[in-house]
Design a binder for this molecule. Sequence first.
Ligand code: AP5
Ligand code: MG
Length: 216
Amino acid sequence: MKILLMGPPGAGKGSQSEKLVKDYELTNISTGEMFREANRNNEQLGIEAMRFINKGKLVSDKITNEIVRKRLLRPDAERCFLLDGYPRTVAQAEALDTMLDKMESKLTAVINIVVDKQAILERMVGRRVCKSCGLSYHLSFKPPKQQGVCDACGGELYQREDDQLHSVKNRLEIYETKTKPIIEYYANRGILRNVNGMQSFDKVYEDIKKALGEVA
Ligand code: AP5
Ligand code: MG
């Protein structure tokens, strides 16, 4: 199974992929998480990328395509993977096609989580993320058992810099102009399914599983 999980920032891609990768034994490839991890490890790539990320801008296609290309070549991505947050531009979608062609592979399903703007804002403003393991919470919708502490690893929870309002606005604008056109790119292939993201975590998950049953 080779799945692409799409949707606007804050749609719930990361939340849903946590369960999907476990249940379907998929390798999780989240470009946003890869950049944040590189930054946590003080790698040059991560430090450079955060300059764009914190402002709500995209990292260049060249850099992003290259980290994904290298990641896809690792043995754990050979059979099953879930892409979260990549591709995000038509140029990246075309680059991904080239990479997969070379690997004699192709996507089996594209799931697009649909959420309205008001919900996106609420979700991003209330989100808290673990500094150590990257797991995400929400102050109202998914609070940790102990305030400020990750349930899974005990790490400290923080608010992502790009969840500040000025960055959120940029991210939404970029989503509309650069990322949305990809929906059509995949819809034309018949492997895209829209899922209503304005439901409980469990209901969204159930609908994603149903959609995967249809196409994957
Ligand atoms: P990335 O980390 O991918 O951010 P994003 O796409 O903006 O998406 P988010 O992670 O903000 O949201 P999500 O959909 O994962 O939602 P989540 O599950 O956390 O990328 C960050 C940045 O990196 C980009 O802006 C860009 O700069 C750069 N980048 C990454 N990929 C790139 C690429 N390909 N090219 C160029 N640059 C790239 O949920 C959000 C909140 O809502 C959480 O608090 C959660 O608890 C809550 N929530 C989720 N689902 C529900 C629900 N059903 N009900 C109630 N609350 C919910
Ligand atoms: Mg995410």
